[in-house]
Each structure stands twice: as C-alpha cells, then as structure tokens.
Design a protein around this ligand. Structure first.
Ligand code: PLP
Length: 401
C-alpha cells in the first residue's frame, strides 16, 4: 500500500446469518410512461429543468446555494410583479405555501372572507379554520366570478381580517378579475390574500398593482417545474400582522412553515447577520425552480402570457369546430386551464382513459360540483403551444367518434 493508505484487516468473524422481518423486495429500475400532461397540473416540466435537477448537490448553508436562492427570489418578484422583499421558495407543493400563509397570518378568531366559486375556495375554508379562523363564505356558482361590489358589501357586513381569493380557479377554469380588490381590502382594513397557483407565468399577475398583501403559487403549472417547491410572498401589511402576533406572544402553530424562522434562513442578512439553519432545503428542487424561472425570464413575461393566450384561443376555436363547448364564458376563461362540457350521454371518465391509453395524453375530469360534467384541460408552461392543443382536439374527436 502507498503511504497513508492502510489495508483493512480481514474480518475476524462474520455476522451470524439473520432472518429479516421484511424480505428484500424485488424491484427494477422505474421507467415511467411518457405522457403528454394536458390536465390541471402538473404539466410536463421543461427538459432544461429536468437537466438542472441532475446538477451536483451542494449544502443548504453553502454560500453558493444561498446566492442562488437570492436569484430565485429576484425572478419570483419579476414573475409576480411585486417588490416584496419577503418573497421566498417554500419547501413543499403549492399547498405548503398556502398553509404557510394561513399559519402565519391567522390569529385565532380572525374572520376570513372566502370567495368560494370552486373547489379551492372550499380548501381555504378547511385550511384556515384549522388555524382558528372564523369562515365567512361568499359563494357563486362554480365557473362564475365575483364583482367588486359583492366583495365590498360582504366586507361591510362582516368586517373580515382577510379576504381570500383564487385568481385562477383550477377546478372551474375561471379567472377572477382582481381590480379594486386591494382598495376594498384597505378601505375595510383587512388583508388581501391570493392563490396564483395556476396563473403565475401564464397570464398577467400584478400583485403590487392589485394591492395583494400575501400570495402563493406552485411550480408545476405555467412555470414548467416539477411539483415540490412553492413560491410565497408577503407584503408590508402582512409582515406587520406577523410582527404584531409575535409581539403579542402568539406562536405560529406550524413549526415547519413558521416564517419568523424561515426569515432567518432565507431573508434576513442585510446587516451581515449570518443565515440560520431551519430545515434542509430541497436543493435539487431549488435548482429546478431557478432554471424554470430563468427560462421564463429569458422568454419574457409578456411573451409567455401571449404564448399562453395564443394557444388557449386556438384551442377554444378548435373545440368549437368539433362541437364542444366551454363551461366558462370567454371573458372570464383562464388560458392555462379550460373546462370543457362533457356532451350528453358521454361517459367522461372513459374518454380520459381512452386518451391516456391510446395517445399517452393526460386530461382530467371535474372536481366537486363539476364532477362528471366537465373535462379539465391544461395548456401550461412548456406545453402551452398550438400543436398540443391540436393534438388534444384530434384525440378527443377520435374518442367521441
Ligand atoms: N391552488 C390551486 C388553484 C391549485 O390548482 C392547486 C393544485 O392544483 C393548489 C392550490 C394546490 O397546490 P399543490 O397541489 O401543488 O399542493
């Protein structure tokens, strides 16, 4: 042996044979089928994003990682059109960032005015009530949207602490106009929280112009990233609420998503304060989100919004040509997610299966009130192109023949 390299001594005795309670399973390599993901999400991630996930690991306290996280934050501000310094990637899927919003901005007994016009509105009622919120539902049929007057009147009647709204309701395909909601929230001295999971990157989102105080998103839709890391942003009014809670000795009832602690890891170091370990950040997911946002930034936000709009309008026209109708009126349709009415006498589930088995295309059925009534078809991120819209229409036509 060369100097410094000892030879391990031969084992003096072998371990006695053991019997294992759970036997060694027989598994080979996993080869997922290659699907075109045209449902409500996830969509197919961009190939460059998959490649970024294979980059070498570095540690979560490594300066290079923290520097990269700063780039993610900067590009998220661009994607959301917000100047909020507190804009972070949250470990977990969109629901984790959502839960972070609830956990950090809800004091027990707070009133949440929840704009319920779909499945995700109901999820906010469930999630926020677990943190002690009193829920006031403002309801509309699934697929319709709210007027500012309706929201204003509900605020005047109920005096909420937070208004929650889904900008893009993935269960219905409706896009909620955001004009005036920020002003209404300020007039009634409450926070405005927005779900932008299915809108970020795919259609105009202008958080600061709209006066949104807190928002979250997901990576797996128009950002072309796999699920597993989720953007979260808090504006000044939301941070003031957090600080007031802390000053009153209220503890955030979720350790993992306590933004007072995450702040020490991802946000605070303006004065040379060292970052403080909280949890091990999902390194490869952060690479993925950075690459996805880099691709969006290279394309340009307006170009991405236009590409989504173009693919969606092409799709809606093609659907009409094959005799299919959309559930939401043209004016309020999301470009990223279309709900298509299932024609009378057709088993929607069989069509979903047919597309998967014959074309390797994934679409989905409706949720909740729209179960069995619509298909949900996404044109998101990397997949938002006319050729994919045409392919889905051709497959649908074949399935319905
Ligand atoms: N909000 C909306 C509007 C969504 O469409 C979704 C997921 O589809 C979520 C929240 C939850 O995100 P995730 O499934 O990434 O946890």
């Amino acid at each position: 042996p060369t100097a410094g390299q000892g030879v391990n001594p031969a084992p003096t005795h072998m371990l006695p044979p053991v019997s294992l309670l759970v036997e060694q399973p027989e598994v080979g390599a996993f080869n997922p089928p290659k699907r075109l993901l045209m449902g409500p999400g996830p969509g197919n991630a961009h190939p460059r994003v998959h490649a970024a996930m294979a980059l070498p690991q570095i540690g979560h306290m490594d300066g290079a990682f923290l520097q990269m996280a700063e780039e993610i934050k900067e590009m998220l501000r661009y994607a959301w059109q917000t100047k909020n310094p507190f804009t972070v990637p949250c470990s977990g899927t969109g629901s984790a960032a959502w839960e972070a919003l609830c956990a950090n901005l809800t004091s027990p007994g707070d009133k949440h005015l929840v704009l319920v016009n779909g499945y995700f509105g109901l999820r906010h009622c469930d999630m926020a009530s677990r943190y002690g919120a009193e829920i006031i539902k403002l309801e509309k049929p699934w697929g319709e949207v709210f007027t500012p007057e309706e929201v204003d009147a509900a605020c005047a009647e109920h005096k909420p602490d937070m208004i929650w709204v889904a900008h893009a309701e993935t269960s219905t395909g409706a896009c909620q106009p955001m004009d005036q909601l920020g002003e209404i929230a300020r007039n009634h001295d409450c926070l405005l929280a927005a779900d932008t999971v299915t809108s970020i990157g795919g259609l105009p989102v202008r958080l600061d112009e709209w006066g949104v105080d807190a928002a979250y998103a997901g990576g797996q839709k128009a950002l072309s990233c796999p699920p597993g890391i989720a953007p979260l942003t808090f504006g000044d009014r939301a941070l003031t609420k957090m600080d007031k809670r802390t000053a009153a000795g209220e503890q955030v009832k979720n350790w993992y998503l306590d933004m007072n602690m995450i702040k020490q890891y991802l946000v605070v170091n303006d004065f040379g304060v060292p970052r403080v370990y909280h949890h091990t950040a999902p390194i490869s997911m952060a690479y993925a989100l950075r690459e996805a946002l880099g691709i969006l930034t290279e394309e340009g936000l307006e170009a991405s919004w236009s590409r989504h709009r173009d693919a969606a309008e092409f799709f809606w026209n093609e659907l009409e040509k094959i005799g299919l109708e959309c559930h939401v009126d043209w004016e309020h349709r999301l470009p990223t997610l279309t709900t298509v009415k299932i024609p009378e006498g057709i088993d929607g589930g069989k069509v979903v299966t047919y597309l998967r088995e014959n074309y390797n295309i994934e679409i989905a059925g409706g949720l909740g009130a729209l179960a069995g009534k619509v298909w949900r078809i996404g044109l998101m991120g990397y997949n938002a192109r006319r050729e994919n819209a045409a392919l889905v229409c051709a497959a649908l036509r074949d399935a319905l023949d």
